[in-house]
Design a protein around this ligand. Structure first.
Ligand code: ADP
Length: 484
């Protein structure tokens, strides 16, 4: 037989026959029982008894009235589940009492053992208490969150899954206007007739940029919370990035113009070097051939930089489309290894890859993702003289499930003061003691944009002289959370 916990049960009422029936059934199961009157003094007695559950006889009330739960709570029984005891002809009272907050009802003058009903009521009561507690936590957290949002100088707002504005802070009201609650966010904020693509597609956290009604550019991030009414609310917070945006615009135009202007003369150089090397412009001496060889290699390197610049300019201006598909991390890493293995072997560095078999699938542009990882691992090879480079993948359940791909090296590391800047365009760490072939400082800026376009993040940690680790977090392909 299952042994039940020894519960303390208090019956508050004046039906001595019912009290006796309860006492008899409960004592048989080893439970403790007290009977008291259905008034203030009875409540006090139940409190002193430290009852786990209170059985309230509906006969205590005037005819037809349900359980006076509020008064019982006020009198001191604040947390105990309360079930009502009713005669079988008072079904109405029982139902109304449930609506008024009783956890269950138990019929009296019925020969059935009341114990199972009491234990069931206790369970419901405990569950209810847990739910109440969770609701209180949600309510407090939401109050705190809205408190914080209201003090922000940046715009913040909350919308329902149906795009209805639920909340706006002062800064948002200053930009969009007051009295917009209840309206559709896409209409009120962005003058659109339909939801914006980003919200339409992404049901989870999202990032986007927008020029708002005040003419300034903002970078928004949003997250989902459950508010105190149990509704899901999307909270969005914007940061004014107007100055960054202007610098970006200048950068973008500059990169785009310069790179396209360089492409044509480079193509001409390449073409004429080939003509000369083929002897079509006359016989060449060995020395001349060597010179042309150097020109060819240099123009090839310059060509690569120009192509990277064009790529960067397209990515930064949003002129690139991902060709996403369901993919395994392993197949992306296979492309990377194909590209980098010989480079690592030439340098005498081991490239080690570890991918668990049961890693969830990702939804990615395989070529672009391979470009990101090859960029990072290529840097690792460039900045590592001895040791090894490890590419590892793993699963992190947070944020709906993410796959983390990490590239770790035992190279020169990155000085602390440069760590925050290496993702900026053209940024390269100055290091007089280390010679590395030139790069344009574009790889990481491009890589971060590509990771972001996938809904992912790219970040780094490094210790100067010890090595670096770069991590990419990618959302897993939808619908796989449940299986993990
Ligand atoms: P680059 O083409 O110059 O490599 P990146 O944007 O890829 O451009 O990298 C920017 C700079 O970050 C590099 O020039 C280098 O100084 C630093 N860096 C990147 N990866 C590493 C690494 N694994 N170890 C040490 N330094 C690194």
């Amino acid at each position: 037989m299952v042994r039940l916990k020894v519960y303390k049960v208090a019956y508050l009422g004046s039906d001595s026959e019912a009290a006796l029936a309860f006492e008899f059934a409960l004592s048989k199961a080893g439970m403790r029982f007290v009977s008291a009157t259905g008034d203030q003094s009875g409540v006090k007695k139940a409190l002193e008894f430290n009852a786990d559950i209170v059985l309230w006889d509906l006969d205590n009330n005037p005819q037809g009235k349900p359980i006076p739960l509020e008064q019982i709570r006020k009198a001191g029984l604040v947390k105990q589940p309360v079930a009502v005891v009713v005669s079988p002809d008072n079904v109405d009272g029982a139902i109304q009492s449930l609506a008024a907050g009783a956890v269950d009802f138990i019929y009296k003058q019925v020969r059935d053992d009341p114990l199972p009903r009491i234990v069931a009521a206790l369970n419901v009561g405990q569950k209810q208490r847990r739910i109440d507690w969770c609701n209180r936590v949600i309510e407090d957290t939401n109050k705190q969150l809205h408190g914080i949002l209201s003090t922000l100088k940046d715009p913040a707002y909350g919308v329902s899954p149906e795009y209805q504005i639920l909340y706006m802070n002062r800064a948002a009201e200053e930009i969009f206007g007051e009295g917009l609650r209840g309206g559709a966010c896409f209409h009120m904020f962005y003058d659109r007739t339909e939801p914006c693509e980003i919200c339409d597609k992404s049901k989870g956290p999202a990032r986007w940029r927008a020029v708002l009604k005040n003419g300034k550019s903002y970078r928004f991030i949003s997250a989902l919370i459950r508010n105190e009414k149990g509704e899901v609310e999307k909270i969005a917070v914007g940061t004014d990035v107007t100055p960054d945006e202007e610098v970006r615009k200048i950068h973008k135009t500059f990169i785009s113009n310069v790179s396209h202007d360089l492409r044509t003369p480079l193509a001409a150089i390449d073409q004429y070097v080939n003509i000369m090397m083929d002897g079509l412009a006359g016989e060449l001496t060995d020395e001349q051939r060597q010179c042309l060889d150097v020109i060819k290699r240099s123009s090839f390197r310059l060509g690569n930089i120009v192509e990277n610049l064009i790529d960067a300019s397209n990515i930064l201006s949003g002129h690139f489309k991902l060709k996403t598909q369901v993919a395994t991390v392993q197949e992306i890493l296979d492309i990377v290894l194909d590209r980098l293995q010989s480079q690592a072997v030439d340098k005498g560095i081991t490239l080690q890859v570890q991918v668990p078999d049961d890693l969830p699938l990702v939804y990615a542009d395989k070529a672009r993702m391979a470009q990101v990882i090859a960029n990072i691992a290529g840097n690792s090879i460039k900045f590592t003289e001895q040791g090894m480079i490890q590419i590892r993948a793993g699963f992190m359940p947070r944020d709906g499930g993410r796959v983390i791909i990490s590239v770790e090296d035992t190279g020169i590391g990155i000085p602390k003061e440069d760590l925050g800047k290496i993702f900026e365009l053209f940024y390269r760490v100055e290091n007089d003691n280390v010679y590395v072939e030139e790069g344009a400082g574009l790889g990481l800026a491009i890589s971060r944009e590509i990771a972001r376009a996938h809904g992912g993040t790219l970040w780094t940690e490094s210790l100067e002289g010890m090595g670096s680790a770069f991590h990419i977090a990618l959302p897993i392909h939808e619908g796989q959370q449940a299986t993990r």
